[in-house]
Design a protein around this ligand. Structure first.
Ligand SMILES: [Zn+2]
Length: 231
């Protein structure tokens, strides 16, 4: 079934929604992404019950749209970088960089181009940051990857294959440094121990004895980023 779109109107909001069909094992949901409401249901759910669901959550939807606008990709808006809000700042010239607490991008871009420019910064500056961190922990742990690559993954913070090739999503750069470092140490530990056995956690513990606490923090922030449609 192809997604259908519709308009949902009440006294609070006037919004476009997209209706997607999901498999039986997924959960119905209402999400707000880039100002658009995405409602996912099984086939056969009536328009009436979709409208009721949207109406029941109208206040919540309105709040999310506002929140995403505030956080959104516009000059003066903010992006999450290393656990903090960085301001998107326009400047003359072909500049893509991080300066102080700002993402510096060229002036005159539209919303989609601003998002793409920020993406470029995460990739360019982010890869450098990750490589430096991997270098640092490789020396501490005496575990060296054969390569490091960036990915577009949303629900995976990192991976390590049997050839010791590490992959990290650029979205990892949204997390605070302690969590980024933990993910790096976790993946480096996989060079020695592929599974999550006791000996694997022993390797991680050498750098992060409090890894249980950090993993809990990571889950909490992950949930929050999903709620904010950042993952
Ligand atoms: Zn693992």
């Amino acid at each position: 079934m192809r997604p259908t779109t519709g308009k949902f109107k009440n006294d609070l909001i006037d919004i476009i929604y997209e209706h997607r069909y999901i498999k039986w094992y997924d959960t119905s949901s209402i999400k707000v992404h880039k100002g658009k409401v995405i409602i996912s249901t099984y086939e056969g759910v009536s328009d009436e019950s979709i409208n009721t669901a949207l109406e029941n959550r109208a206040e919540w939807i309105k709040a999310r749209i506002q929140e995403q606008y505030d956080e959104g990709f516009r000059y003066g808006g903010s992006v999450l970088y290393r656990g903090q809000n960085f301001t998107i700042e326009g400047r003359e010239g072909n500049v893509f960089d991080v300066e102080g607490n700002s993402f510096i991008i060229p002036l005159g871009l539209n919303v989609i181009q601003i998002e793409e420019a920020c993406h470029q910064i995460y990739l360019k500056v982010g890869e450098k940051v990750l490589r430096e961190k991997v270098d640092k922990y490789s020396k501490i742990m005496n575990l060296y990857p054969t390569s490091i690559k960036m990915s577009e993954a949303r629900r995976k913070w990192g991976s390590c294959d049997y050839d010791a090739k590490l992959v990290f999503p650029w979205r990892l750069l949204m997390l605070e440094d302690k969590l980024i470092d933990y993910v790096i140490v976790h993946e480096l530990a996989h060079i020695k121990e592929m599974d999550h056995s006791k000996s694997f956690w022993d390797v991680v513990s050498q750098v992060f004895p409090d890894h249980r606490k950090i993993r809990k923090e990571l889950l909490i922030i992950q949930k929050d980023l999903i709620r904010r449609s950042l993952l």
